[in-house]
Design a protein around this ligand. Structure first.
Ligand SMILES: Cc1cc2nc3c(=O)[nH]c(=O)nc-3n(C[C@H](O)[C@H](O)[C@H](O)COP(=O)(O)OP(=O)(O)OC[C@H]3O[C@@H](n4cnc5c(N)ncnc54)[C@H](O)[C@@H]3O)c2cc1C
Length: 432
């Protein structure tokens, strides 16, 4: 899919048209209300209320939420700190569940289909074929498509507009923003924080910070014999408690990545050594810190007479076993928008909570695995376990886990051992 410059320009110019009312850049001193947002929305902040919803963050989760709300007839304004719609390039892997979440336009970000996983550890390997292919998507295409969709549905996107803080007021929430160097105020009853792992909205509304880990990937030219439909995963516990992966985005290019612990620099050094070992040269680097899910983050808080919601990375809606946040961020956005529209959010959010909880259990089981445990894991992947992994994707993790354990009970024992290893280290840390 080619990015449509015209639509991108219209989105950007939508933000520019606001700039005239802000004057010179560089100082955030004056306080004005120039965005035309109603100062006080007096009706109670109930589901189905028709006032404007302000979404902070024009990335995957925020635009998905904005689009759903606007399509249902809600007035929506999206604030984005960046100057324009120019998202950093990232090759991402998602399950085929993604196809059910987005429409035709956003599906244009799909660059490749993955039908096979190869797992490697210490000279051993296992292969898993997927009945329904995973998808490789390009974030720099997804975000503009979601922006076009939400704008098309009637949402207003304001770029170069940074959320600074908020306070309760008589009708709901007063937001302090900075627009091109000047301070301003907006008022709404309902605010959605979709501003990522270090969410300022969450801090301002009283949520505690979430822990993050660095994720670094390098775009590389694929080795000659590499199959375009295959993702490779390497478990190297001396380097990372997570794993390395190589996902092909086309016949000749792919993204080799690592999730680390500690600093981004350490993680980058590790991946550089790994690339060297594999004889691969980085063509381009991508990376950011990703939240680590360590328990459900309640997505709604009363704030004075208003309400604040969190979606996506801001609420740590990331599968912590693989650190994938697109499908789960969309699911979080769906739950929150259902709540705002009075569509009974409970189901979607409960299912997401179960999903994230199962990934947290899997992560805890794997996190202290040493080399011998990964070797055993790969050896234990019998035909039955592989067939479960082929049929059920990782966005249905409880069913997947249950099926794998039924078909290879020794994997359940290995997982239990991993969980106990974690417990021992916690007990040791507490001096028991
Ligand atoms: C290199 C890399 C590879 C990844 N690979 C995968 C993968 O393969 N599969 C997968 O599912 N996930 C992957 N992820 C994770 C996934 O990209 C994230 O979970 C997802 O993009 C989070 O989206 P989000 O909308 O919640 O937050 P973000 O994308 O972080 O967006 C937050 C937005 O809020 C804006 N913002 C922040 N503060 C303010 C403010 N004060 N005022 C106004 N705006 C603000 C930011 O500019 C940004 O646009 C990867 C992440 C990285 C870094």
């Amino acid at each position: 899919m080619g990015e449509s410059p015209d639509v991108t320009r219209s989105i950007v110019s939508g933000s520019r048209s606001l700039q005239g009312s802000y004057g010179k850049r560089g100082i955030c001193t004056s306080v004005r209300n120039t965005l035309g947002v109603k100062k006080d929305l007096r009706s109670s902040p109930n589901a189905g209320d028709r006032g404007e919803v302000i979404v902070v963050g024009a990335s995957a989760a925020g635009l998905y939420a904005a689009s759903r709300l606007a399509q249902a007839g809600r007035k929506v304004r999206v604030l984005e700190a960046r100057e324009e719609l120019d998202p950093a390039r990232r090759s991402l892997i998602v399950t085929h569940h993604f196809r059910h979440q987005v429409n035709g336009q956003a599906q244009g970000c799909i660059r490749n289909e993955i039908r096979r996983f190869e797992l490697f550890t210490d000279g051993r390997s296992a292969e898993i074929t997927l009945r329904k292919p995973d998808l490789i998507i390009e974030r720099a295409r997804l975000i503009p498509a979601l922006a076009r969709e939400s704008e098309g549905a009637g949402a207003t996107l304001s770029f170069a507009t940074k959320f600074l803080g908020m306070a309760p007021n008589s009708g709901g929430v007063r937001l302090k923003i900075e627009k091109s160097g000047f301070c301003d105020e907006l008022h709404a009853q309902q605010v959605i924080g979709a501003d990522g792992a270090t969410s300022r909205v969450a801090r301002a509304a009283g949520w505690p910070p979430v822990e993050t880990v660095p994720l670094v990937q390098a775009l590389v030219r694929l080795p000659k014999d590499y199959r375009q439909d295959t993702t490779r995963v390497w478990f190297v516990p001396d380097d990372t408690p997570y794993f390395y992966w190589l996902i092909p985005e086309s016949a000749d290019r792919g993204a080799l990545g690592i999730i680390g612990e500690g600093s981004g620099e350490q993680t980058k050094r590790r991946i550089e050594l790994f690339l060297e070992k594999k004889g691969l040269t980085p063509l381009e680097w991508q990376g950011a810190r990703i939240p680590v899910y360590r328990g459900w983050v309640p997505v709604r808080r009363r704030f004075g007479r208003g309400e604040v919601f969190l979606v996506g990375d801001a609420a740590a809606q990331v599968k912590v076993s693989t650190v994938g946040g697109i499908v789960t961020g969309f699911r979080g956005a769906q739950g929150v928008t259902d709540a705002l529209l009075g569509n009974g959010a409970g189901g979607a959010l409960r299912a997401l909570r179960r999903e994230l909880g199962t990934h947290w259990l899997i992560r805890r089981a794997l996190h202290r695995f040493r080399q011998e445990h990964y070797s055993r894991l790969v050896d234990l992947l019998n035909a039955g376990a592989r067939s479960s992994l082929s049929e059920i994707n990782r966005d249905e993790s409880a069913r997947l886990l249950w099926n794998v354990c039924l078909r290879q009970p020794r994997l359940a024992l290995l997982g239990l051992r991993g969980l106990l290893m974690g417990k021992q280290s916690v007990l040791g840390w507490l001096n028991f």
